[in-house]
Ligand binder design. Sequence first.
Ligand code: C2E
Ligand code: MG
Ligand code: MG
Ligand code: MG
Length: 282
Amino acid sequence: KVKDIGKNNYMFFNKEMIENLKEQIHIGKILREAITEDGFKLVYQPQVCTYTGKIIGFEALIRLKNHNISPDVFIEAAEENGMIIEIGRWVTKEAISQIVTWKNKGLPVKPIAINFSAKQLKDTNYIAFLENTLKEKNVEVKYIEIEITESIFLDEKEETIVFLNRLKKLGIKIALDDFGTGYSSLSYLTFLPVDKIKLDKSLCDKFLEIENIAVMDNIISLAHSLNLEVTAEGIEDMEQYKRLKVAKCNYIQGYLFSKPVEALESEKIYGDNFLEKINDKA
Ligand code: C2E
Ligand code: MG
Ligand code: MG
Ligand code: MG
């Protein structure tokens, strides 16, 4: 506790630490206000089938309505100050409501993938909350997918696997996000209860270099041999797309096809064929 540190110990805090603390307090205030005053929104990025060019689902990505702070920054702050639990529940509820909106407008419902932070494992009633929300809103379980990152396995491995198996039993699909960053180990894939892997942008950016193509081909075919589907993330150009198609990558998510769009905008692009769209542009 701060008061236990004592009056004469201020020298333990350097300028940078003070600045960081101020920044955290500042973002903490913004997040608290956003949660009580409807200050968050979700935007939706299409996940496109490599072969048909059609949207197979969307990833929900959180934004602050009134502040231009990147989610990478405020989600990390929320993980540190514990607000991620509340925010995670808000995201879940909002995504399920969006499915209801699409349904009510007569659109053929497509799944939404939501990001689930490792820190949300502390939310021990999350699965019950998810189940109840789905029931309440009369939404089928198959329309929600959960994206986790490998960091979720760093500690409490057993607990995490129990948690994921419970989700899986419910019928929720699980995607391993940001694959190829951090601790990635291919052997993980043999025992993790996941359905899909998402190749990180940083990895995909390297695929066009000759020496990395074989690596990509091998990762994708290994995933397929384990019955996992593969999404490539952060795809911005046609050359990448073409090569990923050769490698039989199932789905593509990236600016080449679409940036994340506002909820209302999602309805307009719902039935689009993105392969036709980019061919028209070319
Ligand atoms: P992520 O889950 O890996 O999401 C993919 C990020 O890549 C998104 O950034 C997306 O906008 C961006 N992206 C997609 N295609 C392209 C592309 O072609 N080029 C480039 N340059 N970027 C692309 P965003 O929305 O800024 O989110 C960043 C991260 O913040 C996410 O990475 C995720 O880890 C976290 N995040 C976002 N929303 C949530 C949320 O609701 N809950 C949690 N726990 N984390 C979230
Ligand atoms: Mg994600
Ligand atoms: Mg990712
Ligand atoms: Mg990320």
